[in-house]
Design a protein around this ligand. Structure first.
Ligand SMILES: C[S@@+](CC[C@H](N)C(=O)[O-])C[C@H]1O[C@@H](n2cnc3c(N)ncnc32)[C@H](O)[C@@H]1O
Length: 484
């Protein structure tokens, strides 16, 4: 192997992608602010548990000096060369050559923890600690960055400690990382974040920078925190907001609402059992109602029979469900869904909904079926879902839950929580019936009373761009192109 390859392999194994100086400065500034220093007369204790050449410690020392505070600096790195470089860069710091995840750290002892921990799976790490993870990271999520984050919040002082890290997007997006997020949320509150557009430092991983503040031991909030997160409305989590920011989804301010979609319809989805029952009863050459998969739902258009669909690893062109082949309980499940409804694709970047006015289709799993309480409202339901507001809403609530960072995993509760507009939907419905989803979205904004403001315009631009992209991709997948 050429020496360049050896160096690359070594860096990959250690997750050693060094942080650009501008990002280091920004993160240090956001982490060490006046709140972090309030009333501290003793030296500020700072830890970088994966310090590399010590650049975060250098920047932290400089910032604390400028703020008139004295510092006690600690750095750790598993790479002896990095530890040596850090000692040279910050002679005043205590630099330890060790595996930071394999040390008995005193809890709650640092005012500031910061850095850019390695992004790598412990399963492939060459750091010799792959046999056992030190901090119970939930599920099979296996990125060392999660362990470093948990380490950071554990060792930060409970009443004021700040944790500022560069982290991989997967920590937001991976469902398996939900336990990590929950534990961090229980111990601290996110007080600043931004996605980093450097795509970054050769690591080929999308990242974001984030600052957490430890809560008081009793869970009370520090009222002085300088946070944008505090301004965010509703039940949106700050993790979801970072995921949304990362995909360029404009924030959704509070819109005037007349309740929510759940007041007008019941949203449902099948589970594993229904998935397998339908898969066993589906065929291209059977009699029965058509089965619609998420891949057959485009914004405002059902493409059953126009594209191929994969169901349980088999490909179909015109999949139908043989109802006689279903066990009675699955037959009942299908019967409950045969009727006018809206079908919503899952794992998508914007809400993609189609009307099934005659109730002829069976939703595959995990398509969401939205069953109107009053069937005459079925087009209105689809119109509300085919708008920028619904798509911004799902990102705000569930961003980061999809199979990838590009999409959102929908749930019935999420769909039912979409705010319902106060105004009239007749022109939006007319546009949707005419097949013009973008016009429909614009008219739904009227119904929310959101027309003409800059905030709504940003949402509309984002949504209509994604809509156009999805429609172009969908058109290229059709077996018979439109107009031929
Ligand atoms: C992404 S680099 C960041 C270095 C530096 N903080 C920066 O931002 O420029 C990750 C560093 O973590 C170190 N590292 C990897 N696994 C480690 C572990 N278990 N304990 C301590 N350091 C580790 C690597 O040697 C590497 O220097």
């Amino acid at each position: 192997m050429a020496s360049v390859d050896v160096e690359l392999a070594r860096r990959r194994a250690l997750g050693a992608w060094y942080t650009p100086h501008e990002l280091v400065e920004e993160l240090v500034e956001r982490t060490i602010d006046a709140t972090a220093l309030a009333d501290r007369r003793r030296p500020i204790r700072v830890l970088d548990p994966a310090c590399g050449d010590g650049r975060f410690l250098v920047a932290a020392a400089r910032r604390l000096e400028a703020m008139g505070a004295s510092a006690e600096l600690y750095g750790v790195d598993i790479d002896p060369g990095a530890a040596m470089a850090a000692r040279a860069a910050v002679p005043a710091a205590t630099i330890i050559h060790a595996d930071a995840l394999d040390r008995p750290w005193p809890v709650s002892s640092f005012d500031v923890v910061l850095g850019n921990p390695p992004f790598l799976s412990p399963l492939v790490a060459a750091s010799g600690r792959d046999a056992g993870r030190k901090r119970a990271v939930g599920g099979p999520y296996a990125d060392a960055a999660a362990e470093f984050l948990l380490l950071g919040v554990d060792v930060a002082a409970p009443d004021h400690g700040r944790v500022g890290f560069v982290l991989p997007q997967s920590l937001l997006a991976a469902r398996d990382a939900a336990d990590v997020r929950a534990r961090v949320d229980a111990l601290g509150a996110m007080c600043w974040s931004r996605t980093t557009d450097e795509h970054d430092f050769g690591a080929a991983v999308a990242t974001y920078a984030v600052v957490f503040e430890r809560r008081h031991r009793d869970g009370a909030r520090d009222s002085t925190r300088s946070t944008a997160a505090a301004d965010r409305s509703s039940t949106a989590t700050p993790w979801a907001r970072i995921a949304a920011d990362g995909r360029g989804v404009p924030p959704l301010a509070d819109v005037a609402a007349d309740g929510s979609l759940g007041d007008r319809a019941r949203a449902t989805v099948g589970f594993r059992d229904e998935f397998y029952a339908l898969a066993a009863a589906v065929g291209d050459d059977v009699d029965g109602p058509p089965l619609v998969t998420s891949g057959m739902i485009d914004p405002g258009r059902c493409t059953w029979g126009e594209v191929t669909a994969r169901v349980a690893k088999r490909t179909f062109v015109r999949p139908r469900v043989d109802l006689d082949a279903l066990e009675p309980r699955f037959r009942r499940w299908v019967d409950d869904r045969i009727g006018p409804k809206v079908l919503v694709a899952n794992q998508t970047a914007i809400v993609e909904a189609v009307v099934d006015p005659d109730g002829e289709f069976v939703p595959a799993v995990p398509v969401i079926a939205v069953l109107p309480l009053d069937t005459s409202a079925v087009w209105e339901l689809a119109a509300v879902l085919s708008s920028p507001i619904a798509s911004q809403w799902i990102w705000q609530q569930h961003g980061g839950t999809g199979m990838s960072a590009r999409v959102v995993r929908l749930s019935p509760a999420l769909i039912e929580s979409v705010p319902w507009p106060t105004g009239d939907l007749a022109s939006a419905v007319a546009a949707l019936r005419a097949g013009d989803v973008v016009e429909c979205g614009d008219r739904v904004l009227d119904a929310y009373g959101e027309t003409g403001n800059a905030r709504a315009a940003a949402g509309f631009t984002w949504w209509s761009d994604v809509c156009a992209r999805v429609q172009r991709r969908a058109a290229s997948r059709r077996l018979v192109p439109d107009g031929s």
